[in-house]
Ligand binder design. Sequence first.
Ligand code: GDP
Ligand code: ZN
Length: 450
Amino acid sequence: SPAARPTDTIAAIATAPGRGGIGVVRVSGPALGEFARALSGRAPRPRLASFARFLDARGEAIDEGLLLYFAAPASFTGEDVIELQGHGGPVVMQMLLARCLELGARLAEPGEFTRRAFLNGKLDLAQAEGVADLIEASTVAAARSAVRSLSGRFSEEIHRIRDGLIDLRMLVEATLDFPEEEIDFLEQARALPRLDALRRKLEGVLDRARQGALLRSGLNVVLAGAPNVGKSSLLNQLAGEDRAIVTDIAGTTRDALRETIQIEGIPLHIIDTAGLRETSDAVERIGIERTRQELQRADVVLKLVDASRAGEQAGGADVDLDLPAGVECITVLNKIDLCGLQPARIEGEAGLALRLSARQGEGVDLLRAELLRVAGWHAHGEDVILARERHLAALRAALTHVHEAAEVLPALELFAEELRLAGEALGEITGEFTADDLLGVIFSRFCIGK
Ligand code: GDP
Ligand code: ZN
């Protein structure tokens, strides 16, 4: 790595704020033997958890707990690392942290431990991102996918494709030295079939990465309809048993207008437009403004109608949503149990309509399937890649260069150049060609202590 190795020592409380049974202060630096001795009164033994008193400058105990010492390079960051596992109270944790600062550490920035791990080659960039994604995962499926990235499965696939591109390029460049053989090369090296195989692999990875992006960001669903048509009931039916474990995406506050549920692990951010009309106070208006912004990212609108009262006026249900053009709209004819109708999917002139009963649950599976279709979801658990927008962009760029490589043939020099550019795009995913400022952006979104 081109970046210089850090020479200072960093410290942070690694456990979540608040009270807990155990709290952890983590320290990383080039040499922490002395540091640990000053803190615990004893020389630490690497890779051994030892019971210790954590001492202040006067030798009095701040806390007692476990001291773990990992000597470089066999640690998370690749430097010397100490973990102090004390009692998880905010005051005692702050005191322990202050003691570490007194001993010469400085406060770690968000993601700085992981950044050092990356700089020391313990993790590549896609793995580092997996760390943050696992912590932020809002569904079980997202967590499983993140841990696969973290353990390097995504990176391995990228490396394999890159190696394939490099092999092919080597062959071409060898041929360039013997121009009279250029024509033979294409046949003998089976350049085109090999390029084609790489293209298919790349397309497969991109497809699974798109599915993962869906797992990460979910689908924005707008729920519209007059009072009492059954919006809340439908939300409860859709959420089913998963509701209890659903949390909102980290970084956005939960508000009454927006609720996140999941279907097959895909977060659905449901915006109940009923809430949009019911406001007068200033704080709520902020929430509504945010909701209106989210409406601009709507993927699908569910228009609820009470089928048992069809023909009656919708009754002011059509608040001006100001939705972008092209948003898919599904009419939901609810309460079919009241009028003896069967669940059905009806594709009519006015678009798609579903007959169902939100209260009884009949036909709700039709709606689930429809939402998954809108989302473009077709993956099956294991092979999804929890990709970020920058991964998708890199994969698309690589694919474009592979397509261009096929088109510039038989110009071997251009062919080799396109292969090189494709490989470089893939290298951005694992961090081999990533600018320092981008690294700064990526790691600054981590939490402190990670
Ligand atoms: P919202 O105001 O649109 O959120 O409507 P609610 O979900 O609060 O439902 C209003 C009333 O309609 C409640 O009494 C629900 O139990 C009832 N309701 C909702 N869906 C159905 C349904 O499918 N069948 C029947 N019979 N009643 C329903
Ligand atoms: Zn309601």
